[in-house]
Structure formats: C-alpha cells, structure tokens
Design a protein around this ligand. Structure first.
Ligand code: ADP
Ligand code: MG
Length: 478
C-alpha cells in the first residue's frame, strides 16, 4: 500500500517582551532559579493579571505578516490542568476567540512553492520548568519562565512530509526574527514545536488517527521525530494494528518516540473565559499603527534581491534567510556597486558562510565585516588578483592580518597582467621545455595545459589566466 503523510504543527514562540505577559517580572533567560517570578507568576491569592500591551502588538504583527485576520475582540480563557510547574492550576490562554486566525505561509520545497494554512495563533503564558538534576529523588521547580508570553501558532494539516515540516518551521523561524518578536533561540526553548502526524492510504480523503509528538526544539529533531513516527505508524497498520491517538515524547538519544499519554487519559481542560481579564479590543487604527512598524518581510526582500541585484531565486532566498545576512549582503553591495552583486553574493554564500559555519559564528560576529569583504571583491573585479588567490587573501583577512589591499601588498599577490612582463616569463617557460614544445607543435594539443601549469607555477599562481592563455597561444603557435 502507498501511504500519504499528513502533518499539522503547533509552534510555541516566546515573545521578546521586556516583562511577562501578565506581570512586571523580567523575562530574560538564564537568571538564578526563582529570581524572576513575582506574586502574579506564583499565582498567590488575591493577585490580578495585567495584560502586557507589547505582547498583543507582537501577536498582531505576526498575524499581519501571514495575511491573517486580526480579531477585533479576543478573549483570554483559563485552561485547567495539574502540573507542578503551573502554580495557579490553570494556564491563561485563548480558546474560542484567538487574536489571529486564517493566515498562510508559503514554503519552497524542491523548487516548488506550496502554501500552508495557519489556522490560528493565540496568546498565552508559558509554564515554569521542573529541574531534575541535583535534587536526589525529588525535583526542583524554577518559575522564572512562568508567565513568559507565547504565541502558539497552529497550522492546518497541510504538510505532507518531514521536509515540508522543516521548510515551514525554518520559514516561520526566519519570519518571527525578521519581525523582532522572538529571539529564535531554539536551544533555550524560545521556539519549539509539537508535531501532529498521521498517515492514510494515498488517494483517501479522510484523515487517519494522529499522534502528537511534544516539544521538539531543533529542526533536526523535528525531521527525525516525524520520520520515525511515519515509519512506526506504517508498521503498526501494516501488521494489522491501529494507531492510537496519543501524546508522544521524542528521545533525542535514540531518535525514537514513545507514548506519554493517550487520548483517554487526556485532560479535560474545563476552559472558561478568565474573569480577571477584559476582552482585548484591536481597532483598525491600532492595526494601521502596527503595520507601519513592520519591516520588509523575507519574501518581499527575496523578490527585490532578484530584481535589484539580478540574482537567482535560490541565491536571493539564501541571502534573505535572515535579516542580518541580508543586511550584511546589502552593505557589501553598497561598496562594490550593483555590477558586482553576483560576485559579492558568491563570496557571502561561499567562503564567508563556510568560515562562519566552521566556527559556529553568527553573521553579526563575522571576523570579516561587510566593508572588508567588499574590498576583497573589488580587487577581484578590477583584476588585481584572481579568484583563486582571493581565497588565500580571504583566509588571511579572517585571521586578522589586515584588509585585502594590505595583504595583497605584504604578500606580493598582485596579479601579473602586463603583457611584456608576462611574455618574458612565458618565453623562459617555453625555452626550458624544448621536448614538450616539439611534441606540441607536432600535434599534441593537450600539452597546452602543461604550459599553462608551468606558467602558473613560475608565477606562484599570480599570472592572469586569460592573459596567459592569450600569450601562450600566440607564442606556441608562432
Ligand atoms: P488539539 O488542540 O487537540 O491539539 P487541534 O484541532 O488544535 O487539536 O489540532 C492540532 C494540530 O493537529 C493542528 O496543527 C492540526 O492541523 C493537526 N491535525 C489535526 N488532525 C490531524 C491529522 N489527522 N493528522 C495530522 N495532523 C492533524
Ligand atoms: Mg495540541
């Protein structure tokens, strides 16, 4: 039987507000446990939540970026469950009336564009964290995270493979960082995903029973967890069993998922509107105000790069994958001019990206800044050095040996293009290889490459390749 995979993702995005969603406590990551939780976050009797308007603005910003409807009036609800890291015994979330509904996100997979529906995005508070290390048989609770604002972004079950799921997540991740509503730090849990997965016979138009794998905090884990879950479900069905609707956990060590709780054991959340919070009203003029703060978004930027710099869709997509990278690239081009935009793109995506990757650095921490890279690109463009020599210059720049001009000067790397100087060198090369010359003139054309090689060797790679070719042809065929 051929199976079709159906996936819907729920993504929790921590909003980068200064303070929590319902209290004035700080949200910064990594503080001493329980130093950033106030009476509201602890759920002490008599406290009242006060909504953080920044969190609302950020959720609206997101909604506008995915072309969604912004609810003119949305409502906070209490979602009840018991867990040690949830002091009030309920989480403040949104249920029937979320702030954002009916958006879309375009993804590219294998050169094809596909639109994924976004069912809803709602505001809610994060829970605290259990700490298992250092407490013997017990556990500690850190409530610093309690009350951190989240938007939970729920997709339609439109995704058909792990690769599409990863493309969707990367796009979403890039988008929330462009919007400056989330720092995107997945290791710290600022951006995490629950994956709902089911399978059905190809051609079927009803959905199979789904499982939900919780709290995946890297793109690689998402891909592995989904692929494992697909194989497991196919095995279950093909061996005559049935998939059980349940929540599962991904084991990052083994790459497998295991059951956590089934639907029967699932909580009845007893949702009801939170009587301590007023409905949130968003007016047309609020929306106009928020829209005016929106940056150029990734898709628009990519299209502009294709247009303005004559780049391929692919190059433009890579260069606009983060706002920082796009800004860096545009700074380089500001110095090199648009005529060299493609050459600049090759250097940003090639040697620069490779060096950043090798050292695990962000573009912001690059050891070669945009102006310096532009300086190197210009020396290639004006034929001072060849692209090959430029690679060595780049390595020296990365090592902090100075700018391109200083390194070219200090190491004597200037390309030899002067026909007289180059001609003398070529005469010597030809004179010292009489046997090869005779063979070449006797019809062994392949030896041309040998002479080019000897010329490059004699000049330590500094000869201008085009000029070597031209002059050699002249001299050998004379
Ligand atoms: P819940 O609140 O119980 O998690 P939702 O209806 O909100 O349920 O759905 C959660 C996610 O599951 C959504 O992203 C949705 O697209 C996805 N989903 C729903 N049905 C299926 C299915 N049969 N297979 C895969 N994903 C599904
Ligand atoms: Mg769910």
């Amino acid at each position: 039987m051929e199976w079709e995979v159906v996936i819907g993702l729920e993504v929790h995005v921590q909003l980068q507000t200064q303070s929590k969603i319902f209290s004035g406590a700080a949200t910064a990551y990594g503080a001493e446990p329980n130093t950033q939780a106030c009476a509201v976050d602890l759920g002490l009797p008599g406290v009242l939540p006060v909504l953080n308007a920044d969190a609302v603005r950020m959720a609206v910003k997101f909604g506008l970026a995915v072309g969604a409807e912004i609810a003119p009036r949305c409502v906070f609800a209490r979602k009840h469950y018991f867990y040690p890291d949830l002091p009030k015994g309920y989480q403040i979330s949104q249920y029937e009336l979320p702030i954002v509904a009916n958006g879309t996100l375009d993804i590219e997979v294998d050169g094809q564009t596909k639109t994924i529906g976004i069912t809803r995005a709602h505001l809610e508070e994060d829970a605290g964290k259990s700490i298992h290390e250092g407490f013997g048989d017990g556990s500690g609770i850190d409530l610093n995270r309690a009350g951190t604002p989240l938007v939970e972004i729920v997709s339609e079950p439109d995704i058909r493979s792990a690769a599409e799921a990863v493309a969707y997540l990367k796009k979403l991740h890039s988008l929330v960082r462009y919007l400056e509503i989330c720092d995107g730090n997945m290791q710290e849990g600022s951006f995490r995903c629950d994956a709902n997965v089911s399978i059905r016979p190809k051609g079927s138009d009803t959905f199979g029973t789904r499982t939900e794998t919780k709290n995946l905090n890297s793109f690689r884990f998402v891909e592995k967890a989904i692929n494992h879950e697909i194989e497991r479900q196919i095995d279950v069905i093909e061996s005559g069993g049935e998939v059980v609707q349940e929540t599962r956990l991904f084991n990052t060590q083994t790459g497998e998922t295991r059951a956590m709780r089934s639907k029967e054991e699932a909580n009845d959340y007893r949702y009801f509107p939170d009587p301590d919070l007023l409905p949130v009203v968003t007016t047309e003029s609020d929306i106009i105000g928020i829209r005016s703060t929106m940056p150029e978004l990734p898709d628009a930027k990519r299209d502009r790069f294709v247009e303005q710099y004559a780049l391929s869709e692919y190059d433009a997509g890579v260069l606009t994958s983060s706002r920082e990278l796009a800004d860096y690239y545009e700074q380089v081009v500001e110095y090199t001019g648009t005529v060299n935009a493609k050459l600049a793109a090759n250097w940003v995506m090639g040697d620069l990206a490779a060096s950043l990757n090798a050292e695990g650095l962000d573009i912001a921490d690059s050891k070669v800044d945009a102006k310096a890279l532009a300086g190197l690109v210009m020396r290639i463009a004006d034929d001072t050095i060849s692209g090959k020599i430029a690679k060595d210059v780049f390595v020296a720049m990365w090592a902090g040996e100075g700018d391109a001009d200083a390194i070219i000067e200090a190491k004597g790397l200037k390309q030899i293009t002067d026909p007289d100087a180059l001609g003398k060198i070529l005469d010597e090369v030809i004179a010292s290889n009489p046997a090869q010359l005779e063979q070449y003139r006797g019809g062994k054309d392949k030896l041309f490459g040998y002479f080019v090689g000897q010329a490059m060797k004699a000049t330590k790679g500094k000869a201008n390749p085009a000029e070597v070719n031209r002059l050699l042809k002249e001299k050998l065929n004379a």
